[in-house]
Ligand binder design. Structure first.
Ligand SMILES: NC(=O)c1ccc[n+]([C@@H]2O[C@H](COP(=O)([O-])OP(=O)(O)OC[C@H]3O[C@@H](n4cnc5c(N)ncnc54)[C@H](OP(=O)(O)O)[C@@H]3O)[C@@H](O)[C@H]2O)c1
Length: 294
């Protein structure tokens, strides 16, 4: 496996002392349908992961709940022993039921087991970054994270985790976590059309904390907007390329983790994220997420 040193769109960001490319890769959709079970094309999934590293990506997002265990095992099979530059960010706090549902699993014993499961399935002695996944499948929900986050802090103090983050979190929960221990990232749903976290992104930027939007391309419902398509047509590129380039422009603390099961789409997305956007393009794109266009 060769590691490309060519710089990726957006350059790099620091998660604590760890340097990652702002263009990362989200592994969730490598698992089977509904993020359950093995992929239909196992060799293809392995190829995408190796392509990501070959392109120079040094940030891969995963979770033991994907499959469950499936994406972590694919990452290990494709990339272990990991290049020193590669940083794998995982998350804990959700359990998959027999029907593929995502139920909360945030009791101390659930979190300890999940951290150990992630260590084992990824083949690591220490996890670079662990996000505490909050809320539920409908989005963030209010409530204290103190007990759950405190359990992760204990595991961090035991040397099992380098850095902590939160996911699917409210503004208040992010602040509560920061009052307990430093966090390096927040991973919430955000894209051109879903901009509820705009104030949070700006707040985190001021603290040097990464904001990592999940569903940057719309997730299971691809982004659709006539404005986005018109800008992409004008620039001679795809709506997905423009959506990724816009995120890199939106704030320097935004890290991309678009998912794909296709090496060709991955290369297309890396190239597309570098699409130059003018001030006029950005003004037009900003209207997509404004209340009157939602
Ligand atoms: N913290 C959380 O609660 C949470 C929740 C959801 C996701 N996540 C993380 O966020 C990551 C990103 O989310 P996601 O993968 O669900 O959604 P996404 O990145 O918004 O979109 C992925 C979808 O876009 C398609 N796609 C990507 N590039 C394409 C291209 N160039 N042309 C056409 N289609 C393209 C993919 O299909 P193909 O496979 O056909 O390319 C896939 O169906 C996940 O992998 C996961 O790591 C976190």
């Amino acid at each position: 496996m060769s590691t490309n040193t060519v710089s990726l769109p957006g350059g790099t960001w620091s998660l604590g002392e760890l340097t990652v490319t702002r263009f990362g890769y989200g592994a969730m959709q490598l698992a089977g349908p509904g993020v359950m079970g093995p992929p239909a094309d196992r060799d293809g999934a392995i190829a995408v992961l190796r392509k990501a590293v070959d392109l120079g990506i040094t940030h891969i997002d995963t979770a033991d709940a994907y499959g469950p265990h499936v994406t972590n095992e694919l990452i290990r099979e494709a990339l272990h022993p990991y290049p020193p530059s590669l940083h794998i960010v995982t998350k804990v706090g959700a359990h998959r039921d027999a029907h593929g549902g995502w139920s909360p699993a945030r009791r101390p014993e659930d979190l300890r087991r999940a951290v150990h499961d992630n260590l084992e399935t990824l083949g690591l002695e220490r996890l670079d970054v662990v996000n505490l996944r909050l809320g539920d499948a409908t989005g963030p929900q209010p409530g204290s994270l103190a007990e759950a986050f405190g359990t992760l802090v204990e595991l961090q103090q035991q040397g099992l985790i380098r850095h902590l983050g939160v996911s699917n979190a409210t503004f208040e929960q992010v602040a509560e976590a920061q009052a307990i221990a430093p966090i390096v990232c927040v991973q919430n749903m955000y894209n051109l059309a879903h901009r509820h976290d705009d104030p949070l992104i700006d707040e985190l930027a001021g603290h040097g904390i990464a904001y990592v939007p999940f569903f940057p391309l719309g997730g299971f419902s691809p982004l659709q907007s006539s404005t986005l398509s018109a800008v992409a047509d004008r620039l001679g590129t795809t709506p997905m390329s423009v959506a990724l380039a816009w995120l890199l422009h939106r704030s320097p603390n935004i890290l991309l983790i678009p998912g794909t099961s296709s090496p060709a789409h991955l290369a297309e997305n890396v190239a597309g994220a570098a699409t130059p956007l003018s001030r006029d393009d950005l003004t037009e794109l900003d209207k997509i997420g404004s209340p009157h266009e939602r």
